[in-house]
Ligand binder design. Sequence first.
Ligand SMILES: [Zn+2]
Length: 452
Amino acid sequence: MEERYNFKEIEKKWQKVWEDDQTFKVTEDPSMEKFYCLEMFPYPSGKLHMGHVRNYSIGDVVARFKKMDGFNVLHPMGFDSFGLPAENAAIQHGIHPSTWTWDNIHEMERQLRELGLSYDWDRECCTCSEDYYRWMQWIFIQFYKRGLAYKKENPVNWCPSCQTVLANEQVVDGVCERCKTPVTKKNLSQWYFKITDYADRLLENLDNGKLDGWPQKVRLMQKNWIGRSYGCEVDFKVKDSDEVLTVFTTRVDTIYGTTFMVLAPEYPTVLENVKGTEYEKDVLDYIDRVNHMNEIERTSTTAEKTGVFIGKYAINPFTHKEMPIYISDYVLMGYGTGAVMGVPAHDQRDFEFATKFGLEITPVVDPQDPEVDVNNLKEACAASGIMINSGEITVDAPYSGWLTETEGDTHAYLLEIRNAIGELEISFKKTERTPAGNGCLQVLGFEVKSEE
Ligand SMILES: [Zn+2]
């Protein structure tokens, strides 16, 4: 016997036997217990790497073990082959994405066969093939017909030189990964799935035991992700104008402490408000700067607050005071209404903003803590306490001296005053989710368009 394992000879021999005997072919057999062994499909990059070999060897061991254990094992392979990387590679190499993708798939199939993995190749599934994505299109159309897929304008990453939309991962340090041009934001119509229609039901089922099969960690993540918060919308009139700024807040109890307003730089009326004024240039410069930032940079809690006054004032409906309106990068258009009431005494971001721009800080909740001097705050105080400086709410309302403690109380309080300032409503932290970055989307969108 040879001392060295002659893999070339031995493996070739057995792979041929498996192929001739169709050893791994699987057919439905109700008399046998079923086992489905599925590994994540590779992306057809062209060549297998050791990560693939590791992953698929482990799956193969499981599949073979179960087969030897008497199970009817379905062990398929396929390719996650429809997407942006194929488009990019095609542009780079100057070939059609389909040619590039299928060539890579065939090469990787050959390598997988050479590894002797126990796949039933008759069950292969490639997401770029028509017999697969027609079902994606079919599902999309069912969503569309039921009003669960809809179009909305939203800012996307845009490369002015490539003239294309970029996924977040294609924006590297604020520039296009292909051509290094600074990336800007552009409002484009996009498809969304209306998953918020199911948020209430999901929340309910997370608590009532119907989803106990999921680990607690996953259930908690779902809950946080839905992020239901109770609050209300408040309208603020803009001085000397018909414009009204609508704000969503979970802390309407602090409305007397609102001393300024902040809009997202993309807020639709900002440009017309500064047009031809002395504020126009600063505002345009600032918007241009923000356009080159991503969401993570914008919402960073450690970055110094920046912003620009737009030359307008809003009226606080309770104090009747004029409040300067700013734009700032920390307010995002896609979250809430794109307008925020600045309550520096009780919100840390607002506190930092007010401190930087020398704006009034009015405390309206006194935590009655000897450590906290509300009239000389060193940082925002988010603790609950007794309401102060709050006009009729402090003195007359049934919630005078009300402790901002439980969600139930907040709810009751909001119901009480909603007639005065607006409609009570439930808001979702994340209102929708876009399947951006998935190349199928464009094809699907096109299909639906042709139906309209
Ligand atoms: Zn580019």
